[in-house]
Design a binder for this molecule. Structure first.
Ligand SMILES: CC(C)(COP(=O)(O)OP(=O)(O)OC[C@H]1O[C@@H](n2cnc3c(N)ncnc32)[C@H](O)[C@@H]1OP(=O)(O)O)[C@@H](O)C(=O)NCCC(=O)NCCS
Length: 136
């Protein structure tokens, strides 16, 4: 688990500049342990990756794979989560997007890396078939 203070250094691979999303979980997102459902954070990660992929593809995209999903630490009620995304690789039609989620708690004095994964998105044409990515 990566922890840091609000004044700490940036040591997260995908974290560059502003997060793609900042979200606060709701009480209905809690599981029986009092933590936030893994499926909830996964959907936030998919949304953030989709935003980045769609920008790069300049059009529609779809998630084709999620790999290396790691739930490193729990997300708690009252955390503010920040979802960071970075394009790690591009192919002919696909993009690998590294996602990292940081939970900010105790009024932002503590920041904890809670989840990371590699999402693969494919650019789609009008028939929902793979489309070559435009030049970067
Ligand atoms: C996305 C989709 C159109 C791709 O169709 P496909 O016939 O698998 O396409 P291809 O085999 O030509 O692969 C297209 C690209 O995806 C990559 N790819 C396909 N499956 C992959 C996988 N499991 N992991 C990583 N990359 C994969 C290929 O390597 C290729 O990349 P490249 O062009 O950069 O070399 C099709 O799989 C699909 O519609 N999937 C459902 C998407 C969806 O609904 N997502 C939301 C789920 S809720």
């Amino acid at each position: 688990m990566t922890t840091r203070s609000a004044e700490g250094t940036n040591n997260n691979d995908a974290e560059q500049g502003e997060p793609i999303l900042r979200v606060v979980p709701r009480p209905g997102d809690i599981n029986a342990n009092g933590h936030i459902f893994g499926g909830w954070v996964l959907s936030q990660m998919d949304i953030a990756a989709g935003i980045v992929a769609s920008r790069r593809a300049d059009g529609p995209v779809a998630t084709v794979a999620i790999e290396a999903m790691k739930f490193i630490g729990p997300i708690l009620l009252h955390d503010v989560i920040s979802v960071f995304a970075r394009i790690e690789r591009t192919g002919r039609t696909s993009m690998g997007i590294r996602i990292e989620v940081i939970a900010s708690r105790n009024r932002g004095t503590e920041e904890v890396m809670v989840t990371e994964a590699l999402f693969t998105f494919v650019a789609l044409d009008e028939n929902n078939r793979p489309r070559a990515l435009p030049a970067a």
